[in-house]
Design a protein around this ligand. Structure first.
Ligand code: SF4
Length: 161
């Protein structure tokens, strides 16, 4: 059996796993999973976080800093959820490596999946350069990461009402 080479964010594949219990599907990601060419995983759910869950952002750096222990992931309610984010990222990375993944297409701006740009930690909608926790870990494992913005929930036919 051919080994999977692509990882996609589960919400891009149409799973309603976002913090607000919605999906953010991307047509190419959905098609790749349906064709058996990609695996779809959600680091935050695999880390043990519930859905829905409070929005979270990285405070004090980006995902590389979180993995180094010098930044934290904090919810809009002020709860530190760093351990769950790190745990989930490691689970996804281990599964990706085991599946032979060499490339990942991840949801933009997420504190886990964001690649190149994330929110600044103030929950004010401000963006800064940086990677989410999962994106940072995948890069450290030699997996190429691409950032994609899925369809907005409001315009998605597959999003829950
Ligand atoms: S962006 Fe990543 S961690 Fe967030 S819901 Fe989508 S798959 Fe899960």
């Amino acid at each position: 059996m051919a080994r999977t080479r692509l990882l996609v964010s589960a919400c891009l594949a149409g799973e309603a796993c976002r913090y607000d219990c919605r999906a953010k599907p991307d047509a190419a990601a959905v098609a790749a999973v349906r064709a058996g060419e990609a695996i779809a995983l959600c680091a935050e759910q695999l880390g043990g976080l519930p859905t829905p869950r409070p929005a979270a952002e990285i405070v004090g750096g980006d995902g590389h800093d979180v993995l180094a222990g010098t930044a934290a992931v904090v919810t809009i309610e002020g709860e530190d959820c760093t351990d769950a984010f790190v745990r989930g990222a490691h689970i996804v990375a281990e599964r990706a490596v085991a599946a032979g993944v060499t490339r990942a297409v991840l949801q933009a701006r997420s504190p886990s999946c964001g690649a190149g740009t994330i929110y600044d930690g103030t929950h004010a909608g401000k963006l800064v350069p940086g990677d989410g926790v999962l994106a940072a870990l995948l890069r450290s494992r030699g997996i190429a990461v691409t950032s994609v913005r899925g369809t907005s929930p409001e315009s998605s036919a597959s999003a829950p009402v």
